[in-house]
Design a protein around this ligand. Sequence first.
Ligand code: AFP
Length: 330
Amino acid sequence: MKPITLTQYLIEQQRLGGHVTSELRLLIQTVAQACIAIGHAVNRGALAGVLGGAGSDNVQGEAQKKLDVISNDILIEANEWGGHLAAMVSEEMEHPHLMPAGYPTGPYLLLVDPLDGSSNIDVNVSIGTIFSVLPCPAAGAPVTAASFLQPGSNQVAAGFAVYGPSTMLVLTVGNGTVSFTLDRDMGTFVLTAPAVKINEDTGEFAINMSNQRHWTAPIRRYIDDCLAGKTGPRGKDFNMRWVASMVADVYRIISRGGIFMYPADQRYKEGRLRLMYEANPMAMVIEQAGGAATDGVRRILDIEPSALHQRIGVVLGSKNEVAQVAQYHQ
Ligand code: AFP
């Protein structure tokens, strides 16, 4: 069968009406192209002198890697000229980035984690880019941080790239979740999973076990019961994975099921992951693939944000397992 490219998929979604406008199609194509450029820089690694620290901190007070800054710059340069964006928010920038004076603007807001999994850059483990698209409220009014503070249910598109053995692009425009594989010879993303569906049950959890002493009681009990295996309350054995790149853990979960957990704990009282450009886009992708995404109890996409860089606890993946975790909180 003739391969379907990202462009063809988006044009089809545009024809289906309601899901994709021509500006949204251009925005997604532009972000995908930027991901190809970021993936190229990541693959070059030491040969391009892009490994190691940038010698600066981001708004989270975290030391930036050179590739964090490079990825952010690539996404900004790619999206300024197109006329599809009103403004951008990034993990790497404290304030929204408005389109430069004189540049055309459009009806969308883009939020990105330009390079997720930065602690894995220098050790050659999969990393990625996460993006979320919101409608820009009150077109014409000046864009401020408040323009971005919309619940995740308002997203019109979301997705992520994984720079791994293959470069993958996972995308939803609100009509299911699909994934593409980068054809490096052609420089195009080719549709390789046209209807992603996450198994409702799983025997595989992903959590950073070194945080165990910080967890709340319900999370401790849930993990203890998983570890008790077949003879324990769950009546089955569980496997564990933890890549420390959310994009890699989530890609595994959309491929074979599983549950990913970074719960709020005594150390990260609000949670570690960021709501606007990590939890929200991943929650949309997961729900559109038949999974669930909560902060342990509340549906992530219902949460009303109060700050651009606010953090949130995250439990997402196979929906029956996510429901189990909520049960432990009852
Ligand atoms: P970095 O981008 O700062 O490495 O954080 C990655 C991340 O946000 C997410 O991708 C991982 O699942 C999680 O943090 C890893 O956190 P730990 O390093 O505490 O396990």
